[in-house]
Design a protein around this ligand. Structure first.
Ligand code: ZN
Ligand code: ZN
Length: 347
């Protein structure tokens, strides 16, 4: 069964207008910065402009529409009756442009994303390859000098290494947070030089064949202050036990709770201040989401690919986070990121 057939099986009688570019790529293989797909039960129209017409011809069974210079205005003239649109991928101005055609626009939410959340074998292979590449960069990074180098310098080294090894780039902006900067979960690498005896949170991933990897390890430049060493031990325990709870059928919020209860039972209560994990695929953040706010009805399915990444953040002191990317199966998690989770001492 093709992706398009699975999508059609999920549609109500209305056609669906797909304007999310990653969704268009998922359904057709067309990687374009200006494209849309109109999916009906018996008909498929692919709208794009002259830059992508040649590539669009490779899409099987699609009628190609050249939109000239204005995608949305042209689209509007092709819509009639009731048409579903992707509420998460249309701006208000875009909605206004689409509405000029007189069709009745009906918002839909996450229709294609639900399909994307369950990976096919070739997608899992791509995610395995991307993760193996980040494992290699982590191993090489551990041999690099940390002390005296700025966070920006280390981040640039990581990004460059990915390119050298054949990745298409980083899957999100590389995070290197040394000392007190490690207490900021999404810190941007700064000009601060890494010092001795501090924790360095390093979170990165690469993009390979259209799929993302995502992994965090925390390094130590010598002996850590007691508080941080303890935080590391608690974080590792929370990570491994919540990882073991990743199972088809488990509720997303319960998996989060496993890690949260472990951290909250210690002196670090309340210092794990973000969700446990997120889905990863063509996008670095996608469905499903492991966090306390996940709906009680949200359960993990075999074929989901999620991160498990508890962290403990001590303001002004430092942070620790340990993140793995795993495939959900009926028998437990298949770890894609396999680099060691022992606290790694670097120079
Ligand atoms: Zn990450
Ligand atoms: Zn992540």
């Amino acid at each position: 069964v093709t992706r398009l057939e699975r999508l059609r099986a999920r549609l109500d009688r209305r056609p669906l207008l797909v304007t999310g570019l990653v969704n268009v790529r998922y359904l057709t293989g067309l990687d374009s910065s200006a494209a849309a797909l109109l999916v009906e039960s018996e008909r498929l129209r692919l709208f794009t402009d002259s830059r992508y017409l040649e590539a669009a011809k490779a899409v099987e069974g699609a009628e190609i529409v050249d939109v000239g210079r204005n995608l949305l205005a042209t689209l509007a003239t092709h819509l009639e009756g009731e048409v579903g649109f992707e509420a998460g991928h249309v701006t208000y101005a875009g909605y206004e442009a689409l509405a000029t055609g007189g069709a009745t626009l009906v918002p839909t939410h996450g229709t294609v994303e639900v399909l994307r959340a369950v990976k096919e074998q070739d997608e899992l292979d791509a995610l395995r390859s991307a993760s193996a590449l980040s494992d290699r960069v982590f191993a090489e990074l551990a041999d690099e000098r940390f002390v005296g180098r700025t966070e920006k310098d280390l981040a640039a080294w990581i990004d460059h290494r990915f390119r050298e090894l054949g990745a298409d780039g980083s899957s999100f902006p590389t995070i290197v947070g040394g000392g007190p900067n490690g207490a900021l979960p999404h810190h941007h690498p700064s000009d601060r030089a890494i010092g001795p005896n501090e924790a360095v949170v390093v979170d990165f991933g690469c993009l390979l064949d259209g799929y993302c990897s995502d992994c965090t390890r925390t390094f130590a430049t010598g002996t850590l202050p007691d508080e941080l060493a303890q935080a590391y031990a608690v974080c590792l325990d929370a990570q491994e036990r919540s990882l073991a709870a990743v199972l088809a059928g488990a509720r997303c919020l319960d998996v989060d709770l496993v890690a949260r209860e472990i951290v909250d039972a210690t002196a670090f209560a309340g210092l794990f201040a973000h969700g446990l994990g997120h889905g990863v695929g063509m996008d670095i953040h996608e469905a499903p989401s492991l966090r306390p706010e996940a709906p009680p009805t949200a359960v993990l399915e075999a074929g989901n690919v999620v991160t498990v990444e508890p962290g403990i953040y001590l303001p002004g002191v430092g942070g620790v986070r340990i993140e793995d990317l795993v495939v959900v199966t009926a028998d437990g998690p298949e770890r894609l990121t396999r680099y060691t989770k022992d606290l790694i001492e670097v120079s």
